[in-house]
Design a protein around this ligand. Structure first.
Ligand code: IMP
Length: 439
């Protein structure tokens, strides 16, 4: 038996989708355990170039089953649209399963996400505006609607009416705080109309019905049979609800602790945790990012790495590799090893920097971990170590020995700073561009 969790070691967008797609070849079951369609996974394989938001990246492997676990929040019309998109590319989603315990993202969650961001004004978090935070708030407040409720039309309508009564007060308070805006009227009315919602969601329910299962029973059977299970993380440690830079976080737990709860298996069943880290740093959304570059190097990383959000199209903030953040993630997630992605993006640089510590200009001290306070973190400055670049094309490298010596030195230095082996190095988006190092 082997259960491997694939977890983001930075701010998200590390390339987890491509790593899962690569590993899914051998997997019987791939499970998403958190987040929703705020995620954006780009997968390039012989069938084409795909953007996935909810559907796990194992979908392209015909014998791999894919489960949206109970920890995921699901927007049913968005999921139906994704299934239809795959169908157009010739993929039937027969191997997609949805946990009946997963919570549903409602139109008023999306509305509230947008209104709350507007109300925050200059302090906005930069969420993906997909309703993820408000859906988890309702889950925790015990007034959420789950997939199992969506399967019964009358129960769904009753829960919807009860939820709308409460949500209306929240929406009214937000609209009042924002101030007069005629353009808000129509979207608010639509997102709060029980008939429009019931029509769209119950229609989506009919398409999704054949995919809905008791997720825990499915996982349990797979464990019993000794199947190979991959747990696919969303986002990364630095956006974890508890461990990320609060409040610039998502509303679920990307770290492996979240995988046990959100997939429905015992924590001790996880045999291996594979961290995924990009060879440099990127983030979308607000909050401190110590190694961020506001110069030509940052622009070069963005352009060479095509660093634009898969879900929102937003330009990602780019910077040098932050070894303090990754080390923090190693301590929290206990990686067995790390897959380092997008090494090829650094091919053209004549020198490459690594943030190895932070300097606090106020307290005049060095930090080698991540502070709890966002305002302290904001003022910290990276302490850099500089390595010479390799200035050679690595995209055709297929083995560790094919890599230029300076590229190997860079990876080895990151490995030393992380304190765990770097087992995989990717030099491009295609399956063949993944170098597996002998252990
Ligand atoms: P939310 O998950 O939409 O509430 O957004 C919370 C924070 O996580 C924001 O900074 C988002 O930009 C960030 N975020 C959410 N999903 C992703 C993702 O798939 N990639 C990168 N950042 C994300």
């Amino acid at each position: 038996m082997s259960v491997i969790a694939v977890v983001g070691a930075q701010w998200g967008d590390e390339g987890k989708g491509r790593v899962v797609d690569y590993l899914a070849d051998d997997a019987d079951l791939v499970i998403r355990y958190g987040g929703g369609n705020n995620a954006g996974h780009t997968v390039v394989n012989p069938h084409g170039h795909f953007k996935l938001h909810l559907i796990p990246s194992g979908i392209f492997h015909p014998r791999t089953r894919n489960l949206l676990g109970n920890g995921v929040v699901i927007n049913p019309p968005a999921l139906v649209a994704e299934i239809e998109n795959l169908a157009r590319a010739g993929f039937d989603a027969a191997n997609l399963f949805i946990s009946d315990r997963a919570h549903v993202v409602m139109p008023y969650h999306v509305l509230l996400d947008q209104l709350e961001e507007r109300e925050r004004g200059a302090d906005k978090l930069g969420t993906t505006a997909r309703g993820i935070g408000p859906a988890y708030v309702d889950k925790v407040a015990r007034r959420g609607i789950r997939i199992v409720d969506l399967m019964e039309a009358d129960a769904f309508r009753a829960r919807l009416d009860a939820a709308l009564a409460k949500v209306r007060r929240q929406v009214d308070a937000c609209v009042e705080a924002i101030g007069p805006d005629d353009e808000l009227e129509a979207p608010v009315a639509e997102a709060m109309d029980p008939r429009t919602i019931a029509e769209a969601y119950l229609a989506a329910a009919e398409t999704l019905r054949r995919h809905v299962v008791d997720g825990q029973a499915m996982v349990d059977e797979a464990l019993e049979r000794g199947e190979r299970i991959l747990l696919e993380g969303q986002l990364g440690t630095m956006r974890d609800l508890d461990w990320g830079i609060y409040p610039y976080v998502t509303s679920s737990s990307p770290i492996p602790g979240g995988a046990s709860i959100g997939a429905g298996l015992p924590a001790v069943a996880i045999d291996q945790v594979l961290g995924v880290a990009k060879a440099y740093t990127t983030a979308v959304g607000a909050g401190p990012l110590p190694t961020e570059l506001d110069d030509a190097d940052g622009e070069a990383l963005r352009e060479r790495g095509v660093e634009y959000g898969t879900s929102t199209g937003r330009a990602r903030r780019c910077g040098w590799y932050d070894a303090v953040a990754v080390r923090f993630s190693v301590r929290l997630a206990g990686y067995s090893s790390i897959a380092l992605t997008k090494l090829d993006v650094l091919d053209g640089f004549d020198r490459i920097r690594i943030g190895t510590a932070y300097r606090d200009p106020v307290e005049e001290r060095e930090w080698t971990t991540v502070p709890a306070s966002a305002s302290v973190y904001e003022r910290l400055e990276p302490v850099y170590e500089e390595l010479p670049g390799w200035q050679a094309d690595t995209t055709a490298c297929r083995s560790w020995d094919d890599l230029p010596e300076r590229a190997r030195t860079y990876v080895e230095r990151l490995e030393e700073l992380a304190g765990v082996p770097i087992s995989h190095v990717s030099v491009g988006p295609e399956r063949a561009q993944m170098i597996v190092r002998a252990s």
